[in-house]
Design a protein around this ligand. Structure first.
Ligand SMILES: C[S@@+](CC[C@H](N)C(=O)[O-])C[C@H]1O[C@@H](n2cnc3c(N)ncnc32)[C@H](O)[C@@H]1O
Length: 388
């Protein structure tokens, strides 16, 4: 059967792909459908046909899954922020775990067994401490829309509250709406500042305070097990991991290219009276060669917490050459993480000991992962080979 735009068909959903779309098949041809659950039979309308797959919009759920629940948000399916509000929370965690294990196996060439179950967020709604509100002039309706980019990825959907944001943020949305920006195209960041941390308004900070203690505990456990004396906290923002873990090492250094964040990191260090760390304002890829010369590799752990696009190839290559004792990779994007882990582990240079996913972003397609990589005995293997 060849599919055409606007065809109406029924299909059964077999999987939920990374990104949140359900996967159905018509004669082995893949059809992606949003807002569905594995096992559901659905009626859909084809909206896009490509060479190897099609996309469709959901018309009707014929046989609903037992894991289907009522979304809390009235904008769900129009707003582009959430993909999973229709799925029971325990099932969301299961689907995310499978997506990570699939990506690690396919992209990372890594055994899915290393991926632990996803740690849940104690507050699956009302958790986000930072959101970005956009505005866009709606010509036909002659109205300024104030809200989030829609699920269509084109237009701003007008919203009055966000159910995944902390309630105090929804209060701030009311203020923005009461004093609207004069024109479209304006972005306003709303955030609740973290207690005890100096953070510039536009700099990064972890955006879920509810699961943050578990994230720190996870990285702390990995670092303690690694037993290194020195820590390089790369992509350090306002110094969060380096400062939180400073008691575990003799010395640490944080690297970050956001100069205002580094100024805050230094203030965060001073306000806690921590004296065994320093912060460098630079691009990781530029400063890493010098840094790895300073620390002896076998006594050093490196934390990588890059943005969604992952690490620069030169950063990964340098880590492969210098081979620190441990690399703890923290990521909010499992696909780029799997790609980078594959590079780090190629030829057995590093070994992936374990991966702990944490649901820092319930109701959405996103998930955080922390990986513990150890340097292997490659050098001694080479030596043994050369003496044989
Ligand atoms: C996901 S955030 C992590 C921040 C920090 N580890 C934390 O937990 O708060 C990534 C950070 O990397 C910084 N960054 C992105 N590319 C960089 C680069 N090439 N060199 C240095 N810093 C970079 C960003 O400014 C951002 O602060």
């Amino acid at each position: 059967m060849s599919l055409k735009l606007a065809d109406k068909i029924s299909l059964t959903i077999h999987d939920i792909a990374f990104g949140g779309e359900g996967v159905g098949r018509i004669d082995d041809f893949v059809v992606f459908v949003p807002f569905v659950i594995v096992g559901e039979m659905v009626e859909v309308e084809i909206t896009e046909v490509k060479k190897n797959f099609a996309r469709a919009k959901l018309l009707r759920v014929v046989t609903p899954s037992l894991e289907r629940v009522t979304p809390e948000c009235r904008y769900f399916t129009q707003c582009g922020g959430c993909q999973y509000q229709h799925i029971d929370y325990a099932a969301q965690l299961r689907f995310k775990h499978k997506q990570i294990a699939d990506l690690f196996e396919r992209v990372g060439k890594i055994s899915r067994e290393v991926v632990a179950p996803v740690l849940p967020c104690p507050s699956p709604y009302g958790y986000r401490n930072r959101i970005m509100i956009r505005s866009q002039w709606n010509g036909p309706a002659k109205k300024l829309e104030i809200g989030f980019i829609g699920a269509d990825n084109k237009f701003v959907v007008d919203i009055e509250e966000c159910k995944i944001a902390e309630p105090a943020i929804s209060e701030q949305i009311k203020n923005v709406r009461a004093n609207p920006p004069p024109k479209g195209g304006v972005k306003v960041v709303l955030r609740i500042p973290p207690e005890g941390w100096d953070v510039p308004p536009d700099s990064f900070f972890q955006n879920n305070f509810f699961l943050l203690p578990k994230l720190v505990e996870t990285v702390r456990g990995f670092l303690r097990d690694g037993g290194a004396k020195h820590l390089a906290d790369l992509y350090c923002g306002v110094g969060f991991f380096g400062i939180e873990l400073s008691d575990l090492v003799e010395s640490f250094v944080g690297v970050e290219y956001d100069q205002l964040a580094i100024k805050s990191a230094r203030r965060n260090l001073v306000s806690r009276k921590i004296t065994n760390g320093e912060f460098i304002s630079a691009k990781v890829e530029e400063v890493l060669p010098e840094l790895m010369q300073k620390f002896s590799a076998e006594k050093t752990s490196v934390i990588l917490d890059p943005p969604r696009k992952g690490c620069q190839p030169e950063t990964l290559n340098l880590l492969r050459e210098t081979r620190p004792a441990q690399v703890i990779y923290v990521s909010c994007h499992p696909a780029t993480m799997a790609r980078d882990l594959n590079i780090l582990c190629a030829d057995g240079v590093f070994e992936l000991a374990r991966v702990q996913p944490l649901d820092m972003f319930p109701q959405t397609q996103h998930v955080e992962c922390v990986a513990d990589l150890r340097r292997t005995n490659l050098a001694s293997q080479h030596e043994m080979n050369s003496t044989v």
